[in-house]
Design a protein around this ligand. Structure first.
Ligand code: NCD
Length: 315
């Protein structure tokens, strides 16, 4: 297995990682894909370690994925689902962090609705922290699993033309992916209505398109994003019908991309809103199920490198 030295105590975002560190995590995860397909999926690498999943926002796949990843490496995994509506969010977060620290976890996996909340928490605890999604800021393990999915299918990341489409404004998945793809030398386009593109996008070195057919021309990868109604304050889209007409991925618009272009979606999907339902299930083109599979492997790699750093030992 790859000998891996990851120089960070926490994984709070993709921004700031080097191509070498991203490659190292992807190489390590690649090995876990095979292990996860075998009958015996369990290793003792993290035996005796404790991972706490602290989720202030609901989640199915990310939480399950981290839970499986921890268990397959032999760690004890505890799930804590906390209601984000409880009294004062700031205070609650720090209080919870202090309480949890007293229980000596080795890794805290945190999801929170506020951008920056996970970083704040990482300053208060004395264990490794993984950001499982903070507000509309970052979701680093999602970008890593997307990268692993692409790399296994296309053999590389650099030089690929990737279109990230839909509700970019509210998407931590888009931000983490933009950072990762830029770092790894891919070319990124953002395709969205004007109301769903943050003003800062052009500073991130992406090309912005408001016409989906134009934006998809010649693309190798199409990443669709969920329309995040729960984060919208006000009217960002006129109607679902109109949104699907202009920005929903269907076979006709897909025709603009390369013939072997892959379709991705982080889930959960709004079928018939951002993506045609048949297309989502078309496994010739859609790698959505594969993304979920790669998620477990990537999270195993992240847990491994951070748990190893935490003790400074060899795990
Ligand atoms: C994403 C998230 O929570 O940011 N989902 C996920 O982690 N699989 C994307 C989304 O909710 O749309």
């Amino acid at each position: 297995m790859t000998q891996s030295v990851f120089p960070h105590r926490h994984l709070l975002g993709i921004q700031g990682l080097t191509p070498q560190h991203i490659t190292m995590l992807l190489d390590l995860a690649d090995g876990y894909v095979e292990q996860n397909r075998a009958a015996d999926k369990k290793k003792a690498l993290l035996r005796g370690r404790t991972v706490i999943n602290l989720f202030y926002e609901s989640s199915t796949r990310t939480r399950t994925s981290f839970e499986l990843a921890g268990k397959r490496l032999g760690a004890d995994v505890i799930n804590m689902q906390v209601s984000a509506s409880s009294v004062n969010k700031g205070e609650t977060l720090i209080d919870t962090a202090m309480t949890l620290t007293a229980m000596h976890p080795d890794v805290l996996v945190v999801r929170h609705s506020d951008s920056g909340a996970v970083q704040l928490l990482s300053q208060k605890v004395d264990c490794a922290v993984i950001n499982a999604g903070d507000g509309s800021h970052e979701h680093p393990t999602q970008a890593l699993l997307d990268a692993l999915t692409i790399r296994r299918r296309k053999g590389r990341l650099s030089g690929l033309l990737v279109a990230i489409c839909g509700d970019v404004l509210h998407s931590r998945v888009a931000r983490s992916n933009i950072h990762l793809l830029n770092i790894m030398g891919a070319q990124v386009r953002v395709v969205a209505p004007r109301t769903l593109v943050p003003a800062t996008m052009s500073r991130l070195g992406v090309e912005v398109f408001h016409d989906m057919r134009e934006g998809l021309k010649g693309c190798d990868i199409i990443m669709m994003l969920r329309v995040q109604n729960e984060r919208m304050r006000g009217n960002f889209i006129p109607s679902i019908r109109e949104y699907f007409h202009f920005f929903g991925l269907d076979y006709e618009k897909l025709g603009q991309a390369k013939a072997d272009a892959l379709i991705m979606h982080p889930g959960p999907m709004n079928r018939g809103v951002e993506i045609d339902s048949d297309l989502a299930d078309d496994y010739e083109r859609s790698v959505i199920r594969e993304q979920v599979e790669m998620g477990v492997a990537v999270r195993m790699a992240c847990l491994e490198v951070l748990a190893r750093n935490y003790t400074g030992g060899t795990a």
